[in-house]
Design a protein around this ligand. Structure first.
Ligand code: NAP
Length: 256
């Protein structure tokens, strides 16, 4: 059912063709926002845009590689021409490469894979922030929500060190930018999902996920909707005095 809670708002979501990002885009669209979606695969992205349009959502799509600044700038120029100021940025896209369902230990990790993960997860988070912030400053309003992970806070053997390192760097980036951008009325926060049912997670198999569930007080995996709900709060008028925070959405997997 359509709501008007975010009717006056424009929201850019990266990695919106699949998993958590797809749910976030739909969620904000159903709350009345105009949603600008970005992803790597044009065919899948266009299909997602058409799905959103069919639900009555005002959606625009642009195929871009978040690890490439110029590619992000082209996406932004397209969106800006179409819809003007984008007040909310949800940096969701991220990768956690696996090999036969398993992560590399550091002694096997190819340096080029380290670079790829840094480029996508960390540089990809920086790029759209760098591009959108000047207009947010001009408008004295902005909400930036980044995506960290519980792997940023504790050893998670199902991912490689590049993933944990980049997700920890995202929490540092979030807190630093909350300090720099607070005076311009721009909130910068992050979510740190635990185990959420998406293609990234189902790829590693049943056994890994059941171990995770055993260590989760709420006794199950999370859903993309539950991440979208927390992001809704961080993008809403109800969180104007919340900034520099990293909120775990993990069923209590780790209590800090
Ligand atoms: P997902 O299902 O794999 O979706 C990620 C999306 O991002 C995919 O559509 C992917 O496209 C896209 N993408 C990858 N690289 C990109 C790039 N360079 N430029 C633009 N788009 C790109 O992942 P997810 O599980 O929804 O995860 C979403 C975010 O939550 C990630 O940041 C992830 O690290 C974080 N997270 C997830 C979990 C979890 O349990 N699922 C837990 C903690 C944190 P392709 O499919 O074409 O590669």
């Amino acid at each position: 059912m359509q709501s008007t809670k975010f009717k006056a708002r424009t929201v850019l979501v990266t990695g919106a063709a699949s998993g958590i990002g797809a749910k976030i885009a739909e969620h904000f669209g159903l709350l009345g926002a105009t949603v600008a979606i970005v992803d790597l695969n044009n065919v899948v992205l266009e299909a997602k845009k058409n799905e959103l349009l069919a639900k009555g959502i005002n959606a625009l799509a642009y195929c871009a590689d978040i690890s490439n600044y110029e590619s992000c700038k082209k996406a932004y120029d397209y969106f800006y021409n179409e819809i003007g100021f984008i007040d909310t940025l949800i940096n969701n896209a991220g990768i956690s490469p696996k090999h036969d369902g398993k992560p590399y230990k550091i002694w096997d990790l190819p340096p080029e894979e380290w670079n790829t993960v840094v480029n996508v997860n960390l540089n990809g988070t920086f790029n759209f922030i760098r591009i959108l912030v000047p207009e947010m400053i001009n408008n004295k309003f902005g909400k930036i929500i980044n995506t960290s992970s519980v792997a940023a806070h504790a050893f998670l053997p199902i991912v490689s060190c590049h993933y944990s390192a980049t997700k920890a760097a995202i929490t540092g980036l979030t807190r630093h930018l909350a300090g720099e951008l607070g005076p311009f009325n721009i909130n910068v926060n992050a979510v740190a999902p635990g185990r959420i049912e998406t293609p990234m997670v189902t790829a590693v198999g049943e056994e890994v996920n059941s171990t995770f569930i055993t260590d989760t007080p709420l006794g199950r995996l999370g859903t993309p909707q539950e991440v979208a709900d927390v992001i809704e709060f961080l993008a809403s008028d109800q969180s104007h005095f919340v900034t520099g925070q990293v909120i775990d959405v993990s069923g209590g997997w780790l209590m800090r």
